[in-house]
Ligand binder design. Structure first.
Ligand SMILES: [Zn+2]
Length: 359
């Protein structure tokens, strides 16, 4: 979080404005990724922002309990929206992508407390046909002082000596990879493997569940499995048939592998530059009960009319309890909307620099 943002959050907290504003905003879908034993020590580690240590995760759950939140499933969220029962405080935990630590670390913590969780699975990563490229990209840049990037027909030589250079290179290439077509990304992985010996495919094995592991997690009654596309690409940038295949294909593979109906979907990245009305409509027509975005907002009664574009509150492994309390009031999202309106711009979120915006 930037210093300016921290100052704004702090002002919202100290003035008590968040408490007044949040008095009627009670429900949230929370977005998480990895829960890890510890963060790697190295300084350049852009994926750190998606990794919460298990201690911080437990503290997060403690905070929600102390704020008076009830932990609910995605189906409960839908039920509350449809029956307009939005009065109590409730939160639904969702984890994106299908990391192995969701089974090994997050789930035992949730199970012990009786807390439900949902996991949105990118099927290509579990199937090992798609790499968790954000880890490969990090490793490549971390271990080189200069890289040659050949992506989408463009050849760039990038200096990656200092930490600032590495971070800038990561951000720039990650955004281009997010926007690239699956075929362009595949050519990129093959090129880096051939020239540099970095095997992007190996990172799926290192960090993501196998089908057997996913079946173990899916068999838990408190766990909901949702789909999260096949290749984790920016769906709005694909032709219609490819976009539909990414959504429907990930569901059918999960249903085949897990032998259970899959009712929920999360859009990869999930911000307005990667998903829009065409994708919301596709999920509705394909019969999903819900689809979630990375629009940062608390739930409200009106969301019953937009079950295929539900908002989620992102988690930050380094944020304070005060920041979380302000975030849950819905005030920062409203503030941002007003600021965008005053500036005369559309309320779009910027495309963030990793696998997910997270998402
Ligand atoms: Zn994701």
């Amino acid at each position: 979080m930037t210093n300016a943002k921290q100052l704004v959050y702090s002002a919202f907290y100290r003035t008590g404005l968040f408490r007044w504003f949040g008095r009627k905003r009670n429900g949230a879908i929370l977005m998480l990724h990895s829960v890890v034993a510890a963060h790697p020590a190295r300084e350049f580690h852009p994926n750190r922002q998606f990794m919460m240590t298990k201690e911080v995760f437990e503290e997060l759950l403690d905070s929600f309990e102390s704020f008076g939140y009830e932990f609910v499933t995605l189906d409960d969220v839908v039920d509350r929206l449809r029956t307009d029962r939005m009065d109590g405080k409730f939160v639904c935990l969702t984890f994106d992508d299908g990391y192995r630590d969701n089974l090994e670390i997050a789930w035992p913590i949730c199970a012990k407390r009786g807390i439900p969780m949902a996991v949105y699975v990118t099927t290509g990563i579990v199937d090992r046909t798609e790499p968790a490229w954000w880890y490969g990209l990090e490793e490549w840049i971390a271990t080189r002082e200069r890289i040659v990037c050949n992506l989408s027909g463009r050849l760039d030589v990038v200096q990656t000596t200092s930490l600032a250079e590495k971070e800038a290179a990561y951000d720039s290439i990650a955004i281009r990879l997010q926007r690239a077509r699956p075929t362009e990304r595949k050519a990129f992985y093959e090129d880096v493997l051939a020239r540099e010996g970095i095997d992007f495919a190996g990172y799926s094995d290192a960090v993501a569940m196998t089908w057997d592991e996913l079946r173990t997690l899916a068999s838990e009654p408190l766990v909901t499995i949702g789909a999260h596309s096949i290749s984790h690409c920016a769906l709005s940038r694909l032709p219609h048939a490819e976009m539909r295949h990414e959504i429907a294909g990930s569901r059918s593979m999960l249903e085949r592998q897990l032998q259970m109906p899959i009712q929920h979907f999360a859009f990869p990245y999930g911000d307005p530059s990667t998903v829009g009305t065409r994708e919301f409509s596709a999920c509705r027509k394909l019969g999903f009960t819900t689809a979630t975005t990375t629009r940062h907002s608390m739930l409200s009664s009106i969301d019953v009319h937009g079950l295929h574009q539900l908002p989620r509150i992102p988690t930050d492994p380094f944020e304070s309890r005060q920041t979380l309390a302000v975030k849950l009031s819905g005030l920062p999202g409203r503030f941002k909307q007003l600021r965008d309106r005053l500036r005369g711009s559309a309320p779009a979120e910027s495309l963030k620099t990793n696998a997910d915006t997270t998402g």
